[in-house]
Design a protein around this ligand. Sequence first.
Ligand code: SAM
Length: 255
Amino acid sequence: MPTVGGRVGGRAAEWAATEEQQLPTYEAAIERVGIGEGTRVLEVGCGSGVFLRAAADRGARVTGLDASAALLELARARAPGADLRLGDLQFLPFEGDAFDVVAGFNSFFFASDMVAALREAGRVAVPGGTVVIQVWGRHGTCDLDVIKPVVRPFFPGYDPNAPPPPDLAEPGALEGLAGAAGLAPRDTFDLAWAFAYEDDGALTRSLLAAGGVGDAAGEREPEVRAALLDVLTPFRTAEGGYRLENTWHFLVATA
Ligand SMILES: C[S@@+](CC[C@H](N)C(=O)[O-])C[C@H]1O[C@@H](n2cnc3c(N)ncnc32)[C@H](O)[C@@H]1O
């Protein structure tokens, strides 16, 4: 069922405030798979609709699904023509063979069973259609990695003794999951860009909203905020803001 990513809840606007910074990711996917006039596109985990808007601006017919009603409200304003659904990306409320492209940006890994979620993506794509899977870049290539030990204890079901999550950007990792889901890997690439925050407030508002961490922290929120600022000190700019270089990993597969 909906996981951490669906818990943005009351802080949706704070989370979405920096979402447009992800545009390089969306533009890269649009170019790479040739989304254009009339392409039927589904984004699973569509959040506040930045990708949907970019695809619609190219003439695509866009549909989005997300676990957060609050984010869908923002998506409705950003991409007014989109068909938007509340739901879990592992259980898609669509007929088979309905989309030319199904895309998930930092979302497929929220599924309780990622292979099942990818199989669903393949089911709703036309035969020969495209599934775009984007995840974090390899460990050590994302400045944001340093926040994980700070925020993870506030994720639902957190187990301090669990092994660290697998590096999905390792060569072959996504290919294996896609193959197990019946998809045929056809293209892989990486993209690097930087998140920029103008000051401590902008940084912590965004990071505490992501995954519902601030709400889950409750009265410990000031402590979590201080810990975030501490681990991110190396990324402070001379102007008092922050610049976080991240690499993102993509697999394009055929349904
Ligand atoms: C990185 S965001 C995608 C942002 C989006 N592309 C945009 O333009 O704003 C990932 C999204 O996945 C959603 N999500 C997380 N778990 C989910 C689930 N199980 N089912 C559906 N959506 C989920 C979150 O609510 C979040 O909006």
